[in-house]
Design a protein around this ligand. Structure first.
Ligand SMILES: C[S@@+](CC[C@H](N)C(=O)[O-])C[C@H]1O[C@@H](n2cnc3c(N)ncnc32)[C@H](O)[C@@H]1O
Length: 166
């Protein structure tokens, strides 16, 4: 495991279960300009680059209707992240938090989520803006983003809000 994915002071790992409970299919790959984790945007809103999701041919028909969507939810697999951290010390926050209070890629199932803007759909290729992963990251799923269902304008992450108000 590269150092960038090591355990920092203040972090805690747990032993991972001996077997997996389910399998999954990678449906394609996400092409981005970033090959090093430190060059990746920290979150999708900080990502200005146009990136491309290349779906594998068998799934192309599943895109019927997607061209009508302005925004999509994209789920992807953070293959280089640790899976055994329960307490983390994010470098840019410097305070210990539980994995499930963070958007860190390190989690038991390293599934990432971004709301992306769909710029263009060309066959099985989607040009999108608003994604924050390394080049070649596997795509797990694509779903329409419904502002009427998914947007919660008054939602709060208390620990983050407190920091912003400092
Ligand atoms: C903070 S995570 C957020 C991911 C997603 N937007 C979410 O909220 O679930 C984004 C960071 O994950 C790291 N990352 C990107 N691609 C990765 C990969 N394939 N494996 C492990 N870490 C990755 C980069 O450091 C990037 O800045």
């Amino acid at each position: 495991m590269p150092d960038a994915y090591g355990v920092r002071t203040g972090e805690m790992t747990v032993p991972l279960p001996e077997k997996f409970d389910a399998g999954l299919y990678f449906i394609g790959r996400i092409r981005t300009p970033w090959t090093r984790r430190e060059d990746c945007p920290k979150n999708p809103r900080a990502a200005a680059a146009v990136c491309t999701i290349h779906l594998d041919p068998p799934w192309a028909d599943g895109l019927k209707g997607v061209e009508t969507c302005s925004h999509l939810l994209v789920l992807y697999w953070m293959d280089q992240a640790r899976r055994d951290l329960v307490l983390q010390m994010p470098r840019h926050y410097g305070e210990q938090r539980g994995t499930f209070a963070l958007r860190s890629p390190a989690r038991p199932n390293p599934i990432a989520l971004s709301v992306v803007r769909l710029l263009r759909l060309d066959g099985a290729k989607l040009e999108v803006k608003g994604i924050d992963c390394l080049d070649g990251t596997a795509c797990l799923d694509i779903k329409p983003y419904f502002a009427s269902i998914d947007s919660v304008p008054d939602a709060v992450v208390g620990w983050h809000k407190a920091r912003e108000e400092e």
